[in-house]
Ligand binder design. Structure first.
Ligand SMILES: NC(=O)C1=CN([C@@H]2O[C@H](COP(=O)(O)OP(=O)(O)OC[C@H]3O[C@@H](n4cnc5c(N)ncnc54)[C@H](OP(=O)(O)O)[C@@H]3O)[C@@H](O)[C@H]2O)C=CC1
Ligand SMILES: CC(C)(CO)C(=O)C(=O)O
Length: 318
């Protein structure tokens, strides 16, 4: 098995890491899937770390049957993009989702079947500036992927290792991919969410026992859900249970979304835990509070509470 044609769906912060690395591989065809105005924009090139890269731009039909499809969408964009995924996937396509959370693979598998999906995650801190996307290739932990069950050194795992070799992309395959994905999920839920409500840098967990307590409450609930689902979080590599070193001012993606007035991926974090908690009969009150609070912050950003002054209909507390 040899990977000769690769499509990236979602040429944003994470997609840029893949485009940057695979652009070194002159022997493969690399394309981004996009249509309409987005396709026209991408045809002008992707600015990454100050350099312009020019992957091909394909409609989903032109991508049909690619050897590898890498999904790098935000959670809210996934339902609408399912049609593109269905069209691009052929008999021999492997699909890797680098999205955060624990259910993008499941959602994609519900559309195209579980067989093409190779569970994966990415650890990178990539963000957009005026001149395009930026990340530090050296400190990036990179892409972690693996089969959910033996044989772990499958043909497709070996083919992806061969593809990523000498590209600058950091990667490793693992026999514990579910534990790794849940370990990253725990990092996101416990660190992204309380700081997003407070609106302060991540130093808040070190400097406030109150913030640490809220983070620990989210953690206890997530670990109870993981245990009930048979996920052994201790099986994840040591490096997966902590994030990269960052300054105390760092704002993770949920707070970055709120800062920019965008909707967040809270449905993929506390929303997913509420759904799983309900299925398993596990109470997740810290996550429920967090979910509703972040949804309300999105509403606030949308202007829902921009009251117009004295002429508004009066209300009272109940
Ligand atoms: N940023 C980071 O450092 C990290 C992010 N993650 C996770 O990775 C995922 C992606 O995040 P990120 O890269 O930051 O998000 P971005 O918003 O930067 O990128 C998403 C991209 O998807 C594109 N897109 C949306 N809908 C479609 C569609 N139907 N067809 C084609 N392209 C589409 C968007 O295009 P347009 O802009 O034109 O709308 C955008 O370029 C998330 O789940 C995130 O949590 C994980 C680790 C680190
Ligand atoms: C916390 C971090 C940077 C870990 O990679 C991340 O995934 C995010 O900002 O959402």
């Amino acid at each position: 098995m040899k990977i000769e044609k690769v499509a990236v769906l979602g040429a944003g912060a994470v997609g840029s890491y893949v485009i940057w690395g695979l652009s070194q591989k002159k022997e493969i065809r690399l394309g981004v899937i996009a249509e309409g105005e987005r396709a026209e924009r991408l045809k002008k090139g992707c600015r990454i770390n100050g350099v312009t890269y020019n992957p091909e731009v394909w409609t989903p039909q032109e991508a049909q049957g690619v050897d590898l499809l890498v999904v790098c969408l935000k959670y809210g964009a996934l339902p609408e993009a399912m049609g593109s995924i269905r069209t691009a996937v052929g008999e021999n396509t492997t699909v890797m989702s680098l999205m955060n959370g624990v259910d993008s693979e499941e959602l994609i598998a519900a559309e195209i079947g579980a067989a093409p999906v190779l569970p994966s995650l990415i650890k990178v801190a990539s963000h957009q500036e005026e001149d395009g996307y930026h990340f530090d290739p050296e400190t990036t932990i990179g892409i972690i992927f693996g089969e959910g069950e033996a044989p772990y050194q499958s043909e497709r795992v070996q083919a992806i290792e061969e593809l990523l070799k000498d590209t600058g992309i950091h990667y490793r395959s693992t026999e514990q991919i579910q534990a790794e994905i849940w370990s990253k999920f725990r990092l996101n839920v416990c660190n992204n969410l309380p700081q997003a409500i407070l609106g302060a840098g991540v130093g808040c967990y070190r400097d406030s026992i109150h913030m640490k307590e809220i983070s620990n409450g989210l953690r206890r609930e997530l670990e109870a859900v993981a245990k009930a689902k048979g996920i052994d979080l201790k099986a994840a590599d040591d490096s997966s249970s902590r994030g990269s070193e960052v300054p105390p001012t760092a704002r993770y993606s949920t707070l970055q979304d709120l800062d920019a007035g965008r909707h967040t991926e809270i449905d993929m974090f506390s929303g997913a835990l509420m759904r799983m908690g309900k299925e398993l009969g596990i109470a997740v009150p810290y996550n429920e509070y967090t979910y509703h609070m972040i949804k309300a912050l999105e509403e606030k950003n949308d202007g829902k509470f921009d009251y117009g002054g004295k002429n508004e209909k009066a209300t009272c507390s109940k």
